[in-house]
Write a protein that binds this ligand. Sequence first.
Ligand code: ADP
Length: 161
Amino acid sequence: MAIAIYPGSFDPVTNGHIDIIVRAGLVFDKVIVTVMDNPRKTPAFTLEERLEMLVESTKGMKNVEVDYYHGLLIDYVKQKKAKIIVKGLRAISDFEFEFQMALINRKLNEEVETMFMMTNNKYSYLSSSIIKEIASYGGDVRKLVPSPVLKKLTAKYIQKE
Ligand code: ADP
């Protein structure tokens, strides 16, 4: 069974992430979307909130699971008996970092392959940070995030005003 791990901060999950999840689900037997700690980022949403938004947003996707992990991605991949890491690429600017991560992960475990999926051009400009920025100024993000995320963004940024 080909299990793919799709790791990220998902702070919060956007339609760009969902697009990758759906497409990966068509290619692999199982996709595990894993919320990871990123020491370079301070999340706006708690781990519980990010997990809840992901679970609700992927409801009905039969071969998709949501999980979390603190630690090295490559250890997690092994623990799940998976061999594939899926990453999305939006722009050249994503490439350098992802290239480094893919090579270091190969160094740590050469049996694990990182596979890249090109963004859907509808979502190439979309990132979790841009969503939070727009929402914090009261902008309309309805077409950019799944509805469970919209609810949480409204509660966090709009009802507070
Ligand atoms: P971000 O970079 O927006 O903070 P994450 O760390 O949660 O997001 O990203 C997880 C993965 O999803 C990464 O591989 C990232 O490149 C990919 N990704 C994020 N946004 C998009 C998008 N709009 N289209 C395709 N891939 C994306």
